[in-house]
Write a protein that binds this ligand. Structure first.
Ligand code: AMP
Ligand code: MG
Length: 411
């Protein structure tokens, strides 16, 4: 199998995954999920013409030659219906959200009026018909589609769903995600300290990356580099919708992950991506499971998650925007690069009047998790680049936040 470009590998993965059906969730638990149904308005909103201001409902013709003095015939509060129809020379004191009385065709805000004795008010300026009136059905009309299938449930969407009285909604099912670390040298978080071992960081970094997408993964622990132990652990992982295996995917003589997956019937789609870090990344498809073989080096594993697992999980969850949002930044210093592989440089982002400034987090070794811990983003160096000069314009994938985009942003 040939080494693939990052974009081609992303395309292969996104083509291979799909949504997993839908389930009903309470509105209180719906944030971050994706609608698997279209939602319609169940009434006109507002239900009648209402005032947009605290002020006076009046007949615009009466104040065409303002200032003018009008008789105040009633007070209308939000939630009350007007009792009278306005005749010439009359107005009603009205609160924001209260129904506009029959006969009135405009509202004037209280700031443009002056109360007088004997239930009279001076209107200081003229208003056009319709002024400060929200007309019936202006924000939604009964039966109209207010949300399309595939909409991400943001706080604004939650508000809209409450507005149409949806206590529960149909959303795409979340995948169950299993995480397995492999390696004889690894020491689990709750195992006794041994200075000769390597703490299993990947299980937890990957766990957190999955959690950040709103999914609670299952940690399968550490499988040792023995075919039988690995086989048993991978079999357990294949009970889940998505399996993330880190380590053992390279070409070392004890890298059993790929052959064992193949022996378990996983159809490997590719091995090796033209990227740094993250080269020995692999992806396969089993009857029930999408399998990602991630490199063992902690930074490589996290960078591969960002490029490949994140868009896959978002696609399975029903999202249309699969990729991290990218921003354009100015490079604070030069970056050397030999043409061949796409490179992802951990950077912090600063800002001045001209926009973002990208600054390398320092040493970029694929085992140096501190570079990942400090990073605001991943600067993308195109595979063909011959290096980037200080002050040149670069693309940075943001590592934080809930904003995503439809395009992968690979140059
Ligand atoms: P591998 O891909 O198995 O050849 O591992 C590459 C490097 O990553 C080795 O130095 C491993 O010790 C290290 N490594 C593998 N898995 C983990 C892990 N779960 N946590 C931290 N380091 C790891
Ligand atoms: Mg290993």
């Amino acid at each position: 199998m040939n080494e693939m470009t990052v974009a081609a590998a992303q395309g292969c993965i996104v083509d291979a995954v799909r949504q997993l059906g839908s389930e009903s969730v309470a509105l209180q638990r719906a944030l971050g999920r994706v609608l698997a149904e279209e939602v319609q308005a169940n009434r006109d909103q507002p239900p009648y013409d209402v005032s947009a201001m605290d002020g006076f409902a009046l007949r615009s013709a009466d104040v065409a030659n303002a200032p003018a003095v009008l008789e105040v015939i009633e007070d209308i509060k939000a939630g009350e219906m007007p009792r009278n129809t306005l005749a010439a020379g009359q107005c009603a004191r009205i609160m924001t959200g209260a129904p506009v009385p029959a006969g009135a065709d405009a509202v004037i805000r209280v700031e443009d009026t002056q109360a007088l004795a004997d239930s009279r008010v001076q209107i200081k300026c003229s208003v056009k018909p319709g002024n400060d009136i929200r007309v019936r059905g202006e924000s939604m009309s009964d039966g109209a589609t207010v949300l399309k299938c595939g909409s991400e449930i943001t706080p604004g969407v939650v508000g809209l769903l409450a507005m149409v009285k949806r206590a529960a909604v149909q959303v795409y099912r979340q995948p169950s995600v299993a995480i397995l670390s492999t390696g004889d040298e690894l020491e689990g978080l709750d195992e006794p300290f041994d200075a000769n071992k390597i703490p299993d960081a990947n299980s937890y970094a990957l766990m957190a990356q999955v959690q950040a997408l709103g999914i609670e993964p299952v940690l399968l622990g550490i499988a040792r580099d023995q075919p039988e132990a690995l086989r048993a652990a991978l079999q357990q992982g294949l009970q889940h919708d998505v399996l993330l295996v880190s380590g053992g995917t390279s070409v070392g003589v004890h890298d059993y992950v790929r052959p064992t997956l193949e022996a378990l019937g996983v159809q490997m789609k590719f091995w090796g991506v033209a990227m740094k870090p993250g080269h020995p990344m692999t992806f396969g498809v089993a009857p029930l499971t999408w399998v990602f073989g991630l490199p063992g080096n902690p930074v490589s594993s996290m960078v591969c998650f960002e490029q490949f697992v994140l868009p896959a999980l978002r696609c399975i969850m029903g999202h249309r925007r699969l990729y991290r949002r990218t921003v354009t930044a100015r490079l604070a210093h030069q970056i050397k690069h030999r043409p061949g592989r796409s490179e992802f440089i951990r950077v912090t982002l600063d800002r001045d009047a001209d926009g973002y400034i990208a600054i390398s987090t320092g040493a970029q070794g694929s085992g140096m998790l501190s570079s990942m811990a400090q990073a605001d983003g991943l600067l993308v160096v195109a595979a063909g680049s011959e290096g980037l000069a200080a002050n040149s314009s670069v693309t940075v994938q943001l590592l934080e936040g809930t904003a995503f985009q439809a395009h992968h942003g690979m140059p």
